[in-house]
Design a protein around this ligand. Structure first.
Ligand SMILES: Cc1ncc(COP(=O)(O)O)c(C=O)c1O
Length: 436
């Protein structure tokens, strides 16, 4: 039977149908791979089986959102029990309190939580909350860092040598980005304390928020340096801006959040992915003071929010069970398997003389097809021939039954085993050996 990417595979047939009703044949950019997506039939634990019957090990876990792999039995059981009681109501439910309390207990800077439905929404609401609190328009963010699809948050996401300028300058991501959005965004270099501090202080009291990720995926998941973490806190205090920490992915690197690992003390924290246990979710957390803009207790909130599916009991239940299973011992196991994976893949690159490197921390790892020291978006950036080599690795690993992201990212789960890592390393060795 022909399998992906054969033109007579079932994936090919589904893609032909999809092209008629979905722009480009897909519903979300991340599912696109050349020459067409692999359609899934089912997934369980660490394995995903496609419609042609090919089973692969999942090292991507829906772009970091599954921390216990697919369909963890305890999550499935809890969701199945909750479903007959209704999927969403126009009244609050008690499960959202359990999940909010868990997040407040774990993350030192989080005293209160407001739920929403995605990471994009969480970042948007956090930035709007910062504007509401300060009455200021501008947002500072790190060059190359991904924070979802809100206009301000996606500026300079794919800045390249052709447009990034000497000092980081705001580069539109989507066509048609209003010039006002560019004018209201300040782009700073990751972990470059001196340049970033100068730019933030220059922007001074025009800044509502400084938005940072403790270990941005786009810069190879390198941790924020203690000096950078201290600098953004100090500058935010000095200029009166709100410090926002995006933990949409980083929450998977530490029981107390990525912020605890890098020594960051934000005013607001954005969360999503793992806290929904595989179901749609988002949340903003923060100090009582920073969260006050969401409260209606003294009249219309400074930053009103709404959301038809917010805090639905299914996402809340799946998230609660997932986060309870993700105890400190589970974080330790993820750390250990992440270390073993980075070591194994790095060893394959050394042994085969492949000009590349493996970066990342805890359960996150990133393959690169160059050897330059990575500190920020510019040093992580792949020249076209390097990007082509990385795509060949991606393709070779897919053929070897290992799912990673087309850009070389892996997000491990608690159901990944040493045997999976050995298979990934063997797959990498095979595809490097086949390269000319
Ligand atoms: C750091 C970060 N922030 C925000 C988002 C947006 O989250 P969502 O895809 O749930 O909108 C993502 C998604 O990958 C992310 O990685």
């Amino acid at each position: 039977m022909p399998t992906w990417p054969h033109p007579e595979s079932k994936s090919a047939a589904l893609f032909e149908r999809a092209r008629r009703v979905l722009p480009g044949g897909i519903s979300r950019g991340q599912t696109w791979i050349d020459p067409f997506p692999i359609y899934v039939r089912e997934a369980s634990g660490a394995e995903v089986t496609d419609v042609d019957g090919v089973t692969r090990i999942d090292f991507l876990n829906n772009f970091a959102s599954l921390i216990h792999g697919h369909s963890h039995p305890e999550v499935v059981r809890a969701v199945a029990e909750a479903l007959p009681r209704g999927s969403v109501y126009s009244m609050p439910n008690a499960v959202e309190l359990d999940l909010a309390e868990l997040l407040c207990e774990r993350i030192a800077s989080v005293e209160q939580v407001r739920f929403c439905n995605s990471g994009t929404e969480a970042v948007m609401l956090a930035l709007k909350a910062a504007r509401a609190r300060t009455g200021r328009p501008r947002i500072a963010k790190v060059e190359g860092s991904y924070h979802g699809m809100y206009d301000y948050a996606e500026i300079s996401l794919d800045a390249s040598p052709a447009n990034w300028g000497n000092r980081p300058t705001p580069v539109p991501f989507a066509h048609g980005t209003p010039s006002g959005v560019l004018a209201d965004t300040v782009i700073i270099p990751f972990n470059d304390v001196e340049t970033a501090e100068a730019m933030l202080r220059e922007a001074g009291d025009s800044l509502a928020a400084i938005l940072v990720d403790p270990a941005p995926a786009q810069v190879g998941m390198m941790p924020m340096s203690p000096a950078f973490a201290a600098m953004v806190r100090k500058v935010a205090d000095d200029i009166g801006a709100v410090l926002v920490c995006d933990e949409v992915i980083a929450l998977r690197i530490g029981y107390h959040g990525g912020q605890a690992r890098v020594g960051l003390r934000p005013d607001l924290t954005t969360m999503a992915k793992i806290i929904g246990g595989g179901y749609p979710v988002g949340a903003i957390g923060g100090t009582r003071e920073a969260m006050a803009v969401f409260s209606h207790e003294h009249g219309k909130p400074l930053n009103p929010t709404s959301g038809t599916f917010t805090s639905n009991p299914i996402s809340m239940t799946a998230g609660l069970v997932t986060m309870r299973l993700l105890d400190e011992a589970a974080y330790d196991r993820l750390e250990a398997i992440g270390n073993r994976a980075r070591a194994a893949l790095g060893e394959v690159m050394r042994a085969t003389g492949f000009p590349g490197q493996v970066t990342g921390m805890a359960s996150m790892l990133h393959l690169h097809a160059h050897e330059r020291t990575i500190t920020d978006h510019r040093s992580a950036y792949h020249q076209p021939e390097e990007a082509a080599r990385l795509r060949r690795i991606y393709r070779g690993l897919t053929d070897a039954g290992c799912m990673i992201s087309p850009r070389g990212a892996c997000f491990l789960s608690t159901v990944n085993t040493d045997a999976h890592i050995e298979r990934l390393a063997a797959g990498l060795r095979g595809c490097i050996e086949r390269m000319d």
